[in-house]
Design a protein around this ligand. Structure first.
Ligand SMILES: *[C@@H]1O[C@H](CO)[C@@H](O)[C@H](O)[C@H]1NC(C)=O
Ligand SMILES: *[C@@H]1O[C@H](CO)[C@@H](O)[C@H](O)[C@H]1NC(C)=O
Length: 301
């Protein structure tokens, strides 16, 4: 091989190599129960999600699953609840309720625009049936998603049902059982990322009485295609660059199909994750190796 053709081959390899990309990836923030709650007859409850002020103007979509009553049949036992943004607010301040104008409770309750920097309080009561079990999922719906709100028949039915019937909640207010919701971060769908490209994620955690003021965050990136490997870096400031440890609080540089990092115990608020793809299935269209990842981060004590 002549030196010229060798040079051309060398240049050709560089030119055809895909340029490393960097993408910002939106995360989904949820506040969930991590235990099944089982209520006695007429038992009142409240669930509290600490939002660090990040909910203002965003939507919040609360869904309750009755584990033994998926169709919400009243005689089997259903719960009524409403959502407020302060501990001392009551049903008359409800931002939404799962009780429709006919007095019938449903699974969902949607607040289109959170009015304050206050926290999430879901207050409610079980009906006259013993041992009603539920789990709850409250998802932050970014205000930029507003155009999508009308697309779901269920949200058409429930999203503006802020009015509730007189005496819609079974009894008076004082909550008996208090449950602290756990914040989790995830993606709404797997994200594709070419080999050696970086994805940037940003999320905010809050302390709760369960975690205490110092807590850890466990974050996991994993391939959804079964053929990719991943590295991740967690920082408490941006930028979060693999080559610069200034802002870094935790990382796992091993290139693994599933890569988990635990932060040290600290008072974390906004964290930044940088995910790097180290290979995935070959994509003939772009002539590159492209991985697909999913992600979750959860607060620990
Ligand atoms: C709730 O408490 C706040 C202070 O914590 C107070 O300013 C507000 O007036 C109270 N609201 C009601 C409805 O009692
Ligand atoms: C709220 O959650 C329910 C159940 O997952 C879903 O069907 C509905 O589309 C969501 N609404 C919004 C506005 O995100």
């Amino acid at each position: 091989m002549g030196s010229l053709s060798f040079l051309l081959l060398f240049v050709g390899i560089f030119v055809s190599a895909p340029a490393a990309q960097a993408v910002n990836v939106d995360v989904v923030t949820k506040y969930i129960t991590t235990e099944v709650t089982t209520l006695e007859q007429d038992e009142s409850f409240q669930l509290i999600g600490y939002l660090c002020g990040q909910m203002k103007d965003n939507g919040i979509n609360v869904t309750v699953v009755l584990n033994n009553n998926p169709y919400w049949i009243a005689v089997v036992g259903v719960v009524k609840f409403y959502v407020v943004d302060a501990a001392n607010k009551t049903a008359k301040d409800a931002l939404c309720t799962n009780v429709d104008k006919q007095g019938v409770p449903h699974a969902g309750c949607f607040v289109p625009s959170w009015p304050s920097t206050g926290d999430l309080f879901v207050k409610g009561q079980n009906g006259p049936v013993d041992a009603v079990s539920f789990s709850l999922d409250a998802e932050l719906v970014p205000k930029t998603d507003k155009k999508n709100w009308k697309q779901s028949p269920e949200s058409d039915q429930l999203e503006y049902s802020v009015s509730y019937p007189e005496g819609g909640i079974y009894k008076s207010d004082p909550a008996v059982t208090t449950i602290y919701l756990t914040e989790v971060i995830l993606l709404s769908a797997a994200q594709k990322l070419p080999r050696l490209s970086e994805a940037y994620l940003k999320f905010t955690f809050c302390p709760t009485p369960v975690t205490g003021t110092r807590y850890t965050v466990t974050s996991t990136v994993f391939g959804s295609d079964g053929e990719s490997s991943w590295v991740q870096y967690i920082c408490d400031k941006s930028p979060c660059e693999p080559s610069d440890t200034t802002n870094m609080v935790a990382h796992d540089g091993r290139q693994l199909p599933s890569n988990t990092v635990n932060t040290p115990s600290g008072r974390w608020t906004t964290l930044y994750a940088t995910v790097v793809c180290w290979g995935g299935p070959f994509d003939p269209a772009t002539k590159a190796f492209v991985g697909h990842f999913n992600f979750n981060a959860i607060i620990g004590s």
